[in-house]
Design a protein around this ligand. Structure first.
Ligand code: G4F
Length: 343
């Protein structure tokens, strides 16, 4: 560890990963600067645990505006930058491809170019994604080919190739890609499938919602706990050389499995009937509580993701502590208890 207090800048600090990472870095004694967009809704909500911490500084800015990035870098003079800000919703990226490229590709370009001018020795973590693998069959690791199928996956891949691999080679920049597989928590955005399921089933259990609709029930994801994954981000920047790492659990489950596990946590039982768009999930009272709606299908789907985290385990000494069942229980309990209080 450095003798001087380490300083970090986190873009996307108000998101799920930003909030866990800022708590983690503050617990390690870091001074943390967080970039907050003016439009962020209640930026302090997820950061409430760290509010009042004298080592946490929030600065207004965003990845579309180089001047705001320069200001944050001048102010914080960070040793480490964690670029977590993104248009990270895959379904939205099909509807807003330009916006997605603007933030996820050009945004990283702006950040690294300002960083090279203001803090040339800085170490940078780039939030890359398993969505870059797209149609490549599992298990996916650092040597697997990238075959993205969404504008989000394409923007992230181009950012990885140009500004991570490219700038590392051409400019000697210390920059790492964390190729993170899906990671969830009670702080996960409500439009992602895991949180949508935990909230909807908790509401049904509490009697305030009758049913909800999902898209592809057979899509498979490697779901881990966000709190575990931020440790890997930090470890990447403590290595002698910059490199890219897959961060995953190595275990995969379908959306249907996720539904069943949440139901189990709520002591509900779901029986599936029908097929495709006609499939429904029925509870033990015979009520249809889940339907399938075409509008939640993607124009192009990544059917199956399962990461091979061997490199992160070997080189970083990283491993996840929270298994799938525990993660689902944690999320379900949090939503159920929170919603119960509002009744
Ligand atoms: O929860 P999701 O929206 O996450 P997705 O698309 O896998 O992306 C997340 O993980 C990536 C890492 O691989 C990140 F890079 C990205 O930023 C984001 O965090 O969807 C998961 C799966 C998909 O296959 C989707 O088609 O669930 C399926 N799904 C089925 N019904 C649904 C729904 N997804 C959503 N959001 N809503 C549904 O009703």
């Amino acid at each position: 560890m450095r003798k001087k207090k380490a300083r970090a800048l986190i873009t996307g600090i108000t998101g799920q990963d930003g909030s866990y990472l800022s708590e983690y870095l503050l617990s390690l004694g870091y001074e943390v600067w967080g970039l907050v967009r003016r439009t962020s809704l209640d930026p302090l909500m997820r950061l409430s645990k760290s509010t009042g911490n004298k080592n946490l500084h929030l600065v207004y800015g965003n990845l579309r505006d180089s001047a705001t990035l320069a200001r944050a870098l001048e102010e914080g003079k960070p040793h480490e930058i964690y670029n977590l800000a993104a248009q990270s919703d895959v379904a939205i990226s099909f509807k807003c491809p330009e916006e997605t490229f603007e933030v996820d590709y050009f945004g990283l370009g702006r950040l690294v170019n300002e960083a090279m001018k203001i803090v040339p020795k800085v170490r940078i973590y780039q939030a890359s994604t398993s969505e870059m693998f797209g149609r490549t069959p599992p298990p996916q690791n650092e040597r697997s080919p990238f075959r993205p199928v969404s504008p989000y996956g394409e923007a992230k891949l181009k950012a990885h190739e140009d500004f991570v691999v490219g700038y590392r080679k051409r400019h000697g920049l210390f920059i790492c890609s964390g190729i993170l597989f899906n990671h969830e928590s009670p702080r996960r955005g409500e439009h992602f499938v895991t949180r949508k399921i935990s909230i909807s089933l908790a509401k049904i259990k509490l009697g305030v919602q009758k049913s909800f609709a999902l898209g592809n029930l057979d899509a498979k994801r490697d779901w881990g706990f966000a709190g575990d994954y931020v440790r890997a981000m930090h470890l990447m920047l403590q290595q002698k050389k910059p490199d890219d790492y897959v961060v995953a659990t190595g275990v995969t489950h379908s959306v249907r499995d996720f539904v069943e596990e949440v139901a189990r946590a709520l002591e509900m039982k779901i029986t599936w009937k029908g097929e495709g768009l006609k499939e429904v999930g029925i509870d033990s009272y015979g009520n249809t509580i889940i339907t399938v709606d075409k509008k939640f299908y993607r124009p192009h789907e990544v059917n199956a993701l399962r990461g091979d985290p061997s490199k992160a385990r070997k080189k970083l000494g990283w491993k996840p502590y929270v298994a799938f069942e525990e993660l689902v229980q944690m999320m379900t309990r949090a939503d159920y208890e929170r919603l119960k209080k509002t009744l």
